[in-house]
Ligand binder design. Structure first.
Ligand code: ADP
Ligand code: MG
Length: 225
Protein backbone atom coordinates (compact mmCIF):
# COMPACT_ATOMS: atom_id res chain seq x y z
CA UNK A 1 0.00 0.00 0.00
CA UNK A 2 2.89 2.38 0.88
CA UNK A 3 6.33 1.78 -0.60
CA UNK A 4 9.24 4.16 -0.81
CA UNK A 5 12.58 3.54 -2.46
CA UNK A 6 15.71 5.53 -1.74
CA UNK A 7 14.01 8.79 -0.77
CA UNK A 8 16.41 11.71 -0.59
CA UNK A 9 15.48 15.12 0.81
CA UNK A 10 18.07 17.87 1.10
CA UNK A 11 17.78 21.21 2.84
CA UNK A 12 20.16 24.06 2.41
CA UNK A 13 20.74 25.98 5.62
CA UNK A 14 23.00 28.99 5.10
CA UNK A 15 25.05 27.24 2.45
CA UNK A 16 25.29 24.01 4.43
CA UNK A 17 23.57 20.98 2.95
CA UNK A 18 21.45 18.94 5.35
CA UNK A 19 20.47 15.44 4.26
CA UNK A 20 17.13 15.26 6.05
CA UNK A 21 16.39 11.96 4.27
CA UNK A 22 19.36 9.95 3.08
CA UNK A 23 17.96 7.00 1.15
CA UNK A 24 14.78 5.89 2.90
CA UNK A 25 13.22 2.67 1.65
CA UNK A 26 10.14 1.62 3.55
CA UNK A 27 7.21 -0.68 2.89
CA UNK A 28 4.02 -0.45 4.92
CA UNK A 29 1.31 -3.00 4.25
CA UNK A 30 -2.37 -2.25 4.30
CA UNK A 31 -3.76 -2.46 7.82
CA UNK A 32 -0.40 -2.16 9.60
CA UNK A 33 0.06 0.10 12.60
CA UNK A 34 3.68 1.21 12.87
CA UNK A 35 5.71 3.56 15.04
CA UNK A 36 8.52 5.73 13.71
CA UNK A 37 11.10 6.53 16.38
CA UNK A 38 14.43 8.34 16.42
CA UNK A 39 16.21 11.30 17.94
CA UNK A 40 15.18 14.87 17.23
CA UNK A 41 16.48 15.88 13.80
CA UNK A 42 16.70 12.30 12.49
CA UNK A 43 14.21 13.02 9.68
CA UNK A 44 10.93 11.67 11.08
CA UNK A 45 8.81 14.73 10.21
CA UNK A 46 10.45 15.08 6.81
CA UNK A 47 9.50 11.47 6.04
CA UNK A 48 5.95 11.90 7.35
CA UNK A 49 5.42 15.05 5.29
CA UNK A 50 6.45 13.20 2.14
CA UNK A 51 4.31 10.14 3.01
CA UNK A 52 1.42 12.53 3.70
CA UNK A 53 1.84 14.27 0.33
CA UNK A 54 2.59 17.56 2.08
CA UNK A 55 6.05 17.65 0.52
CA UNK A 56 8.05 16.00 -2.25
CA UNK A 57 11.43 14.26 -2.12
CA UNK A 58 14.38 15.49 -4.18
CA UNK A 59 14.71 12.00 -5.58
CA UNK A 60 13.47 8.49 -4.98
CA UNK A 61 10.10 6.84 -5.48
CA UNK A 62 6.95 6.81 -3.42
CA UNK A 63 4.27 4.35 -4.49
CA UNK A 64 0.89 4.90 -2.95
CA UNK A 65 -1.05 1.88 -4.11
CA UNK A 66 0.16 1.45 -7.68
CA UNK A 67 0.87 5.11 -8.42
CA UNK A 68 4.29 6.75 -8.04
CA UNK A 69 3.33 10.05 -6.44
CA UNK A 70 6.86 11.29 -5.65
CA UNK A 71 6.98 13.97 -8.32
CA UNK A 72 3.33 14.78 -8.89
CA UNK A 73 2.43 18.49 -9.02
CA UNK A 74 1.48 20.04 -5.66
CA UNK A 75 -2.14 20.45 -6.66
CA UNK A 76 -2.51 16.77 -7.49
CA UNK A 77 -0.75 15.84 -4.24
CA UNK A 78 -3.25 17.96 -2.32
CA UNK A 79 -6.12 16.06 -3.93
CA UNK A 80 -4.56 12.70 -3.06
CA UNK A 81 -3.98 13.85 0.50
CA UNK A 82 -7.56 15.04 0.82
CA UNK A 83 -9.04 11.75 -0.33
CA UNK A 84 -6.65 9.11 0.92
CA UNK A 85 -4.68 10.41 3.90
CA UNK A 86 -5.58 11.81 7.30
CA UNK A 87 -2.76 13.79 8.96
CA UNK A 88 -2.55 14.57 12.69
CA UNK A 89 0.07 16.97 14.10
CA UNK A 90 1.66 17.44 17.52
CA UNK A 91 0.31 20.99 17.75
CA UNK A 92 -3.15 20.08 16.41
CA UNK A 93 -3.05 22.76 13.64
CA UNK A 94 -6.70 23.74 14.02
CA UNK A 95 -7.92 27.03 12.62
CA UNK A 96 -8.34 29.27 15.67
CA UNK A 97 -11.46 31.27 14.95
CA UNK A 98 -13.48 28.36 13.65
CA UNK A 99 -15.57 25.98 15.72
CA UNK A 100 -14.80 22.28 16.08
CA UNK A 101 -17.52 21.56 13.53
CA UNK A 102 -16.16 24.11 11.05
CA UNK A 103 -12.65 22.70 11.37
CA UNK A 104 -13.91 19.17 10.73
CA UNK A 105 -16.05 20.09 7.72
CA UNK A 106 -13.13 21.77 5.87
CA UNK A 107 -11.82 18.63 4.08
CA UNK A 108 -15.38 17.88 2.88
CA UNK A 109 -15.82 21.40 1.53
CA UNK A 110 -12.43 21.20 -0.16
CA UNK A 111 -13.51 17.95 -1.83
CA UNK A 112 -16.67 19.64 -3.06
CA UNK A 113 -18.92 17.50 -0.91
CA UNK A 114 -21.52 19.97 0.27
CA UNK A 115 -24.47 17.59 0.47
CA UNK A 116 -23.44 15.30 3.30
CA UNK A 117 -21.27 17.76 5.18
CA UNK A 118 -23.44 18.00 8.24
CA UNK A 119 -23.90 14.24 8.71
CA UNK A 120 -20.30 13.26 7.98
CA UNK A 121 -18.76 15.97 10.17
CA UNK A 122 -21.11 15.05 13.01
CA UNK A 123 -20.30 11.34 12.59
CA UNK A 124 -16.58 12.11 12.86
CA UNK A 125 -17.06 14.30 15.93
CA UNK A 126 -19.22 11.60 17.53
CA UNK A 127 -16.56 8.97 16.85
CA UNK A 128 -14.00 11.00 18.81
CA UNK A 129 -16.53 11.68 21.59
CA UNK A 130 -17.03 15.40 20.95
CA UNK A 131 -20.62 15.53 19.79
CA UNK A 132 -21.41 18.03 22.55
CA UNK A 133 -18.48 20.35 21.77
CA UNK A 134 -19.25 21.10 18.13
CA UNK A 135 -19.66 24.84 18.60
CA UNK A 136 -16.55 25.33 20.71
CA UNK A 137 -13.53 27.07 19.25
CA UNK A 138 -10.08 25.55 19.86
CA UNK A 139 -9.22 27.97 22.69
CA UNK A 140 -12.34 26.78 24.52
CA UNK A 141 -11.14 23.18 24.42
CA UNK A 142 -8.51 21.21 26.36
CA UNK A 143 -5.42 19.87 24.59
CA UNK A 144 -6.89 16.38 24.42
CA UNK A 145 -10.16 17.73 23.01
CA UNK A 146 -8.25 19.75 20.40
CA UNK A 147 -6.41 16.63 19.31
CA UNK A 148 -9.76 14.82 19.08
CA UNK A 149 -11.04 17.57 16.78
CA UNK A 150 -7.87 17.19 14.69
CA UNK A 151 -8.45 13.42 14.50
CA UNK A 152 -12.09 13.99 13.50
CA UNK A 153 -10.85 16.30 10.74
CA UNK A 154 -8.31 13.64 9.67
CA UNK A 155 -10.94 10.89 9.37
CA UNK A 156 -13.92 12.84 8.01
CA UNK A 157 -13.09 11.88 4.40
CA UNK A 158 -12.76 8.24 5.55
CA UNK A 159 -9.10 7.84 4.46
CA UNK A 160 -7.40 4.46 4.52
CA UNK A 161 -4.16 5.92 5.82
CA UNK A 162 -3.67 7.95 8.98
CA UNK A 163 -0.34 9.62 9.69
CA UNK A 164 0.34 11.19 13.07
CA UNK A 165 3.50 13.20 13.88
CA UNK A 166 4.00 13.02 17.68
CA UNK A 167 0.24 13.21 18.32
CA UNK A 168 0.64 12.76 22.07
CA UNK A 169 3.73 14.98 22.41
CA UNK A 170 1.81 17.92 23.88
CA UNK A 171 -0.51 15.86 26.08
CA UNK A 172 -0.24 14.45 29.59
CA UNK A 173 0.10 10.67 29.75
CA UNK A 174 -3.54 9.95 30.63
CA UNK A 175 -4.84 12.09 27.76
CA UNK A 176 -2.18 10.64 25.46
CA UNK A 177 -3.42 7.19 26.38
CA UNK A 178 -6.97 8.13 25.38
CA UNK A 179 -5.70 9.43 22.04
CA UNK A 180 -3.80 6.17 21.49
CA UNK A 181 -7.01 4.24 22.20
CA UNK A 182 -8.65 6.23 19.42
CA UNK A 183 -5.86 5.34 16.99
CA UNK A 184 -6.20 1.69 18.01
CA UNK A 185 -9.91 1.83 17.28
CA UNK A 186 -9.25 3.35 13.85
CA UNK A 187 -6.65 0.62 13.25
CA UNK A 188 -9.11 -2.11 14.24
CA UNK A 189 -11.45 -0.75 11.55
CA UNK A 190 -8.77 -1.72 9.01
CA UNK A 191 -6.91 1.54 8.55
CA UNK A 192 -3.15 1.81 8.06
CA UNK A 193 -1.61 3.94 10.80
CA UNK A 194 1.87 5.45 11.10
CA UNK A 195 2.73 7.28 14.32
CA UNK A 196 5.91 9.22 15.06
CA UNK A 197 6.69 9.11 18.76
CA UNK A 198 9.39 9.66 21.36
CA UNK A 199 7.53 7.60 23.93
CA UNK A 200 8.41 3.89 24.24
CA UNK A 201 4.96 3.20 25.73
CA UNK A 202 3.33 4.58 22.57
CA UNK A 203 5.75 2.77 20.22
CA UNK A 204 5.15 -0.55 21.97
CA UNK A 205 1.44 -0.34 21.18
CA UNK A 206 2.23 -0.46 17.46
CA UNK A 207 2.76 -3.67 15.52
CA UNK A 208 6.19 -2.64 14.24
CA UNK A 209 8.79 -0.05 15.11
CA UNK A 210 10.86 1.73 12.50
CA UNK A 211 13.92 3.52 13.85
CA UNK A 212 15.59 6.48 12.14
CA UNK A 213 19.14 7.79 12.55
CA UNK A 214 20.53 10.71 10.52
CA UNK A 215 17.95 10.51 7.74
CA UNK A 216 18.12 6.74 7.39
CA UNK A 217 16.00 3.87 8.61
CA UNK A 218 18.30 1.62 10.58
CA UNK A 219 15.76 -0.91 11.87
CA UNK A 220 12.29 -2.15 10.97
CA UNK A 221 12.14 -1.18 7.29
CA UNK A 222 10.58 -4.51 6.34
CA UNK A 223 7.80 -6.33 8.07
CA UNK A 224 9.09 -9.42 9.85
CA UNK A 225 6.96 -12.38 8.79
P1 ADP B 1 12.64 15.06 13.28
O1 ADP B 1 11.19 15.19 12.95
O2 ADP B 1 13.11 13.65 13.38
O3 ADP B 1 13.00 15.83 14.51
P2 ADP B 1 13.06 16.63 10.88
O4 ADP B 1 12.54 15.79 9.77
O5 ADP B 1 12.17 17.74 11.34
O6 ADP B 1 13.50 15.69 12.08
O7 ADP B 1 14.44 17.28 10.43
C1 ADP B 1 15.49 16.52 9.83
C2 ADP B 1 16.65 17.43 9.51
O8 ADP B 1 16.28 18.33 8.48
C3 ADP B 1 17.11 18.29 10.68
O9 ADP B 1 18.50 18.41 10.60
C4 ADP B 1 16.43 19.60 10.43
O10 ADP B 1 17.17 20.65 11.00
C5 ADP B 1 16.41 19.67 8.92
N1 ADP B 1 15.26 20.43 8.42
C6 ADP B 1 13.95 20.07 8.54
N2 ADP B 1 13.14 20.97 7.95
C7 ADP B 1 13.96 21.94 7.44
C8 ADP B 1 13.74 23.13 6.71
N3 ADP B 1 12.50 23.52 6.37
N4 ADP B 1 14.82 23.87 6.36
C9 ADP B 1 16.06 23.47 6.67
N5 ADP B 1 16.34 22.35 7.35
C10 ADP B 1 15.32 21.58 7.74
MG1 MG C 1 9.63 16.07 13.98
Amino acid sequence: MIRTENLIKLYNLGGVEVRALDGVSLTVHEGEMIAVTGASGSGKSTLMNILGCLDRPDSGSYWLGDEDVAQLPKKRLAQIRNRRIGFVFQTFNLLPRMTAFENVELPLLYAGNTKQVRDLAMDALRLVGLENRTHHEPNQLSGGQRQRVAIARAIVMNPNIILADEPTGNLDSRTGNEIMELFEELHSQGRTIIIVTHEPAVAQRCGRQVHMVDGQIVDGMLQHV
